[in-house]
Write a protein that binds this ligand. Structure first.
Ligand code: ATP
Length: 387
């Protein structure tokens, strides 16, 4: 596409950095939002520190968008409170209008106004400033996202990635203390998405806004979030740093998000789960209770036959740098899946032995499956895995 000249009526931008804001604490305290029979939010609590970036991860319909709308003030909670810097902005005592909250909202579809130029789109949220001041600020934000050359054009000429950057510029230009982003990368192809994630994160760090970013993709949450909040059925399931959620998931649902696992249904016998790879304690479960033994794929190590639990290679699936091996292991009813480097794939039918690091085995009470609608690749896709 030919380069476009900047709008000549706009004074030159001041600098290529985003203006910093004063970050705010954002607190959800037992927030509820009911729609007739549906409880979109069912007592959601979370405290987000000033300038912290939290990714909100959860299956479709669990209430993520509703939570953002409640935080922005577009939606009123049916119960509980939302606080910004410890001041109630929504709750029984008070309701602060969206425009008074100093909260920015960026939507999944970017929602640019087709009839406004790109500069006017970015300046839209600066109505309180005199026109020239607003245009100058908007131009500086466009410079920061590298799109000043499109200032006088209209959004339809932009690619998806460029629209994302304009929407980002528009969201940061009023210097919101809190930034709420609803799946801001979901419509973009994988490579573009990764680059924009990096750019967006560095811009958010410059502005120092407190951020809550909704995503379906665990790998995206890991890459972007200082912390990750996992949500299900209108409630917080677990919040913490990605590594903590990976190492100590609160339940099977969280474990599935952050690691590709072999799930082996068993019953408690003699106070423990007895398996061919060891005996595992089951705190909180009673004799005869159904449990799931989880072995991370990457925790299974392969050796030559005779060095561990005997197994036979049934199948190998190429994933790029890695391959998934299906192994019939002695004492297990169903094959175990493990990851190996692509160049270390054994022949089909090869006799091998397997060893499992007991530290990486997790045990949970059996439950119904949940979270299928989250990006099914979890974090263990070929792109993100390493062995
Ligand atoms: P997705 O990831 O698919 O966008 P989500 O986690 O953002 O989903 P929400 O959009 O917050 O989920 O919806 C949560 C629940 O509330 C859903 O069951 C939805 O159908 C319901 N819901 C949301 N808004 C309304 C509304 N205005 N009227 C009735 N039900 C609603």
């Amino acid at each position: 596409m030919p380069l476009r000249r900047p709008d000549a009526s706009v004074p030159p931008p001041r600098a290529g950095r985003a203006a910093a804001t004063i970050a705010a604490r954002l607190t959800f305290d037992q927030v509820e939002r009911r729609y007739q029979a549906t409880a979109a939010l069912a007592g959601f609590s979370l405290d987000i520190a000033p300038a912290e970036v939290v990714c909100l991860l959860g299956p479709s319909g669990c209430g993520k968008t509703t939570l953002l709308r409640v935080a922005a003030g577009i939606e009123r909670p049916s119960g509980g409170r939302v606080l910004i810097n410890d001041q109630e902005v929504a709750g029984p005592a008070r309701f602060v209008l969206p425009e008074k909250r100093n909260v920015g909202l960026m939507f999944q579809d970017f929602a640019l106004f087709p009839h406004l130029s790109i500069l006017e789109n970015v300046a839209f949220g600066l109505k309180s400033l005199p026109r020239e001041g607003a245009r100058r600020e908007a131009m500086a934000a466009l410079v920061r996202v590298g799109l000043e050359r499109y200032a006088g054009d209209y959004p339809h000429i932009l690619s998806g990635g460029e629209q994302q950057r304009v929407a980002l510029a528009r969201a940061i230009v009023p210097r919101p203390a809190v930034m709420l982003m609803d799946e801001p990368f979901s419509g973009l192809d994988v490579q573009l998405r990764e680059r924009l994630q990096e750019d967006t994160l560095s811009l958010l760090r410059e502005t120092r806004a407190t951020c809550l970013i909704v995503t379906h993709a665990p790998a995206e949450a890991i890459r972007l979030g200082d912390r990750i909040a996992v949500m299900r059925a209108g409630r917080l399931v677990q919040a913490g740093k990605a590594e903590a959620l990976y190492r100590n998931p609160a339940d099977l649902f969280v474990a599935r998000l952050f690691s590709e696992i072999n799930e082996i249904p068993l019953r408690v016998e003699g106070g423990a789960l007895r398996t061919p790879i060891g005996v595992f304690a089951v705190p909180g479960l009673d004799e005869g209770d159904a449990a799931i033994l989880c072995i991370r794929r990457r925790a299974i190590r392969l050796g030559a036959a005779g060095q561990g639990l005997p197994g036979r290679v049934l199948h190998a699936r190429f994933l790029g740098d890695l391959a998934v091996l299906e192994i019939a292991a002695q004492g297990f009813e169903r094959p175990l899946l493990t990851l190996v480097r692509e160049w270390e794939v054994p022949e089909r039918g090869a006799e091998v032995s397997i060893a499992v690091d007991p530290e990486s085995v997790l045990v949970f009470p059996a439950e119904g499956r949940g979270g299928e609608e989250i990006d099914a690749r979890g974090v263990g896709s070929a792109r993100d895995s390493s062995v």
